[in-house]
Design a protein around this ligand. Structure first.
Ligand SMILES: [Zn+2]
Ligand SMILES: [Zn+2]
Length: 354
């Protein structure tokens, strides 16, 4: 009898595997018959691991971020990656990697990023990083030459707190202070515009007069800085979020690694934010959207969301909009013969203990 039910279970399992395979290989029509499914060419290839895709009014935020595993966050419109723990294909297309610190889950993608861009005929990648790790970063890139036979062309830009780097005309990356177990910085991306002085604007002066004033050496414009996005990387202090520009950036991407009450100590030791730290800062933040990244697998996103909802309920109304980056995870797929990946299906972040 037991033997019989075991046989049935195996048969059932075989059927389920065949159906799943047929669905994967050929979609609805492929599922019609096992034999047919084998001959139907695949309609889509799973090309990439699950990546979050968040659409904001200003740009897209693409990424994957799980504490200790991998953090890579791309903003395609701004031509940047914040950290590059591994190098998913879309990350190759950004000319700049803004490295918050050297922990392997944030930096291991660099040699691949540089080498693969060279291989694909793209311009050399540029890495902005905390000044204190510029040398070890350069050393490791050079060490790869022993394996690859040459040093991949690249540019390293050492950054101290307050330093600015022009990514393109009018788009600035500024380093701000963070506190972690290794040298670290955050990055604020600023849209810098030259605007006509308000008193001149009021007078509605014609262009040739303004030009004359300018040629005569008069300063007819003023500089307007619009903080677009701030990225903290790993950090342990709520004050990180309250710095000028960071608390007003349209989008703030911050870590929030720990949520459970008895993970407080882990947060202190690893110098990460606990949800209680975030709650301290949250009422003072003016961001339009806050994206939480770097959630520990120990808690997982569903449980973290629940704890977060309970904590914010106590804060009352008026707090900024907060979303979990990996809540937007999708599995990107590509059709055979197509270069650009596109999203077809939602895929929740895998959960489990780390
Ligand atoms: Zn990390
Ligand atoms: Zn770290």
């Amino acid at each position: 009898m037991a033997e019989e039910s075991k046989k049935q279970a195996i048969e059932q399992h075989k059927k389920e595997v065949a159906a799943a395979k047929a669905a994967l290989m050929g979609g609805a029509e492929g599922a019609a018959g096992e034999g047919k499914a084998e001959r139907v060419p695949p309609r889509e290839h799973p090309l990439l691991p699950a990546l979050a895709v968040v659409k904001t009014p200003y740009f897209h935020v693409l990424g994957y971020s799980v504490a200790g595993e991998e953090s890579v966050i791309q903003i395609p419109e701004l031509n940047i990656n914040f950290d590059i723990g591994k190098c998913p294909r879309p990350a190759l297309t950004a000319d700049f990697c803004l490295l918050s610190h050297g922990h392997i889950d944030h930096s291991a993608g660099i040699p691949y990023y540089l080498s693969q861009r060279f291989f694909q005929g793209m311009q050399p990648g540029t890495i902005l990083c905390p000044a204190k790790i510029a040398k070890p970063l350069s050393d490791i890139i050079h060490a790869w030459a022993g394996l690859e036979g040459k040093v991949t062309e690249h540019k390293i830009v050492p950054m101290n707190v307050g330093d600015e780097f022009e990514l393109r005309k009018g788009l600035i990356a500024r380093a701000f202070a963070t506190r972690h177990t290794v040298p670290s910085i955050g990055f604020l991306i600023i849209d810098r515009r030259e605007k006509l002085r308000a008193d001149l604007l009021e007078q509605n002066l014609p262009g040739h007069i303004l030009r004359k004033m300018k040629d005569a050496g008069e300063k007819i414009t003023y500089t307007l800085d619009v903080p677009m996005v701030a990225y903290t990387g790993d950090t342990s202090m709520a004050e990180t979020l309250l710095q000028p520009g960071v608390s007003e950036a349209k989008v703030l991407i911050t870590e929030c690694t720990f949520f459970e009450r008895d993970h407080r100590r882990r947060a202190t030791v690893g110098q990460h934010l606990h949800v209680n730290d975030l709650m301290e800062a949250l009422p003072k933040l003016k961001n339009e959207l806050i994206l939480l990244s770097h959630v520990s697998r120990r808690t997982g996103i569903r449980a973290a969301k629940k704890i977060f909802a309970e904590a914010t309920a106590r804060l009352g109304k008026g707090a900024p909009k907060v979303e979990f980056l990996m809540d937007y995870a999708q599995r990107l797929m590509v059709k055979p013969g197509r270069a650009a990946p596109f999203a077809i299906a939602e895929q929740a972040m895998p959960e489990g203990a780390d």
